[in-house]
Ligand binder design. Sequence first.
Ligand SMILES: [Zn+2]
Length: 256
Amino acid sequence: MQEALKVILEIQELDMKMLRLMRVKKERQKELNHLRAIIDDFKRQVSEKDEAVFEIKKSIRIMETQVAEGALRIERLEAKQNAVKKVEEFNALSHEITSAERERTNFEQQLSDLTDQLSQEEDSLKQLNESLASTENNSRALEEEIKESIRLINEEGQILFKERESEKVKAPEEMLRIYERLLHNKKDRVLVPIENRTCGGCHIVLTAQHENLVRKGERLVFCEHCSRMHYWQESEVADGTSAAPKRRRRRTTTTS
Ligand SMILES: [Zn+2]
């Protein structure tokens, strides 16, 4: 029983390392995704701006045609006016020319507004492209660094996995199955020692009867509060539970 628990403890340490590793990997992947999202957002803005510039250029071409046609119409009306002899016809044509001129002025104003708009949008497109280029440039190095660190994490994970595989064969199947189910639920240490008659996992005080069962080590004993498995630390057996607090105090002073 004690030997089996020791194997599970070994496996647990490997699992803790693996959990930490996967947490780091997840963080790094998040950073990578964030970096890519920033660049994608820039690209989207550039493409929207490109589209806007294209639309304005199209409107400008239409407006230029309108202005040219307006000028032609005025020319034709003026030629016609030169040919008429009756006052009524002359006046009617004068009206038409005035309204054609008003229309042309209106088109010219619109064309001028569009030209201003185009130059603004082209400036902003240029700025966006510059920002995109510099962001891509800056993030390239960071992206490489993150990819490399993920590669190293994977390597370390492979080593941990192999170590675990070789430990696994030494563990009793049923105990391993229980341990793995608990680990899956808690994502934390699930085989914990009893310290000062409290659970090493949830730190709730246990009964003397419970402690004795664990000390005997005849079967698996679970914490009634957090369901973790308990084991008895050999050192506590040797020192006796009453000596434990003193020893722990010493330990804290040396580590601090
Ligand atoms: Zn507990």
